[in-house]
Design a protein around this ligand. Structure first.
Ligand code: 13P
Length: 249
């Protein structure tokens, strides 16, 4: 399977900086030789079409950071998966821990968003991950099981779904789990997925303080098929180091 490096820009950027960053990433990809992972950019909502225009030749995939479970209607401030598809998205992140924390998103809501994304023809990047307190209490496996089972729609397949393991305590902190710890959770996620949804080439990304300096090590962990990158995806040079450091798979 082809690995995926997705940049989650979160609530950062302007129309000008987004254009420049997308141009820089697309330009590096155009000039690259040899096999590389798939690259996706997930800007904040209003910047999605702007980035989409810059990367319109298709070498870089477009993604969004959230969607509503419904196709359309009276949901002020929300964006449907169908609209994201219409403006050129391939991916949408759902269930990011920042949305679970900031907006009280439950596994059931995340599941309905993932199902909407799949119905609209998007690939949801479904995020799961334990907090530091949960890891300290030895609850990581239980939390991952609850989130994976609760957040994936029955119709999830290895082809229409990506899962991102993002330990909450590793996001934006500069700390990461050890390589064996990452491999262990990825193994658990894959086993849970296969029990309910069958086998295939499911991509499971790691996210949390991935940078150019640690990408090669973290992304070589067994069962890791790419990364969901926050802060480092805002810097074209560091983001590119992650792309180059990722085993293609
Ligand atoms: P950082 O790479 O900034 O730690 O963020 C990770 C993340 O939350 C990606 O979705």
């Amino acid at each position: 399977m082809r690995a995926l490096i997705a940049g989650n820009w979160k609530m950062n950027g302007t129309s000008a900086s987004a254009r420049a960053l997308a141009e820089a990433v697309a330009g590096k990809l155009k000039g690259a030789v040899g096999p590389l992972p798939e690259v996706a950019l997930c800007p904040p909502g209003p910047l999605v079409p702007i980035v989409g225009w810059v990367i319109r030749d298709g070498a870089v995939a477009l993604g969004a950071q959230d969607c509503h479970p419904k196709e359309k209607g009276a949901h002020t401030g929300d964006t449907s998966a169908w609209l994201l598809k219409d403006v050129g998205c391939k991916y949408v992140i759902v269930g990011h821990s920042e949305r679970r924390a900031d907006h009280g998103e439950t596994d059931a809501l995340v599941q309905s968003k993932a199902a909407a994304a799949q119905s609209a023809g998007l690939i949801p990047i479904v995020c799961v991950g334990e907090t530091e307190a949960e890891r300290d209490r030895g609850e990581t496996a239980a939390i991952i099981k609850r989130q994976v089972e609760g957040s994936l729609p029955p119709g999830a397949t290895a082809e229409n779904t990506v899962i991102a393991y993002e330990p909450v305590w590793a996001i934006g902190t500069g700390r990461t789990p050890t390589v064996p710890e990452i491999a262990e959770v990825h193994r658990q996620i894959r086993a849970l997925f296969e029990q309910r949804h069958g086998g295939g080439s499911l991509r499971i990304l790691y996210g949390g303080s991935v940078k150019g300096s640690n990408a090669a090590q973290v992304l070589a962990a067994e069962g890791v098929n790419g990364a969901l990158v926050g802060g480092a995806s805002l810097d074209a040079v560091d983001f590119w180091k992650i792309i180059e450091g990722c085993p293609v798979g």
